[in-house]
Ligand binder design. Sequence first.
Ligand code: FAD
Length: 289
Amino acid sequence: MTIPDSRPPIPDISLELFPPRTPAGWDKLPTLLGELATLRPAFFSVTYGAGGSEQNGTYDTLMKVVDQTGIEAAPHLTCVGSTRNHIAAMLAQYREAGVRRIVALRGDLPATSMGSGAPGDFRYANELVAFVREQHGDHFRIEVAAYPEMHPQAAGPAADFEAFRRKAEAGADAAITQYFFNADAYFDFVDRCARANLTLPIVPGIMPITNHAQLTRFSAACGAEIPRWIRLRLEQLKDDKPALLDFGTEVVTRLCQTLLAGGAPGLHVYTLNQSEPTLRLWRGLGLNL
Ligand code: FAD
């Protein structure tokens, strides 16, 4: 007789990393991967270009993930700063290395070209998705970005939704959202997708709350709203790290519970290369630890 596993089912979880930027960061990577691998994510993703990271950093991090953990890893690819030939070469290199999944993005623009497409051969992410499909058919599973609170440079909510639709119709398999703290923004976006017959899974992106100044800076840049009640509490707790972590864990755990209970197909956690906030979240959610 098998004893039924009473643990809750594991949702489709992915964890995002960035390539370490310092020798000390590389030294810590094996420990970080060891701790995060205990969470049994479906895959890790590795950013590209964000914060000045280079392609080699993305590739090397990706290889370390696969070699050490045996868990699938997906590189992010961006239009910004890449020609058609360069992207073709990166795709060939990733395919050669056994990669089956990528995250296709426009990338963040230099301040001088804000409000327009990326300078380069591909201006928007839908063109990159179409190129990957044209070159590699169904070899890669393609994830794209989604913005429940609207991308900050979009002409408006309708135009931004059309941009998302173009990515889906170009062949994206799934989407990962920008982070948000208001579950209704996510549910509204999912409803709009359903009404538009876009059936791809929309996985919420989750940002652990660990640092008041950093979260404020990120949120201003990416257009994520920090609700007033959270902002005020964080301001109050900013010099009391343990209390801020407790509060942040409570808020984000509750958000994830609401999202999963409301039908979110999984969670994509922006780990910022720290294991403890994600481990705390897992404990809060009663996931597989
Ligand atoms: P797009 O879907 O191309 O949209 C960009 C903007 O252009 C939107 O405002 C959209 O409404 C508008 N738009 C789209 N098509 C058109 C059109 N035809 N005409 C006019 N306007 C249009 N950045 C990095 O540099 N590296 C990373 O590794 C990285 N990882 C990320 C991971 C996730 C899960 C997310 C959510 C974001 C990530 N980003 C990363 C940030 C992302 O690159 C930026 O948010 C970027 O500004 C937009 O990328 P996108 O792929 O959503 O672009």
